[in-house]
Design a protein around this ligand. Sequence first.
Ligand SMILES: [Zn+2]
Length: 55
Amino acid sequence: MAKAESDGDAILWRLRGHSCPSCEDGTLVLKPYKGNRAVVCDGCDTPRAQVWDQV
Ligand SMILES: [Zn+2]
């Protein structure tokens, strides 16, 4: 029952590079957010997606 961790990562990679819906100039980048892997806007620092490690 090993669920691929790459499921969540795939979402992050898909969002990466998109423009931010919350601000004019932001671009979504892969960046840790509160200890989770996440996609965060480099303009306004809004996290668009996060992946929690499932325990
Ligand atoms: Zn933004």
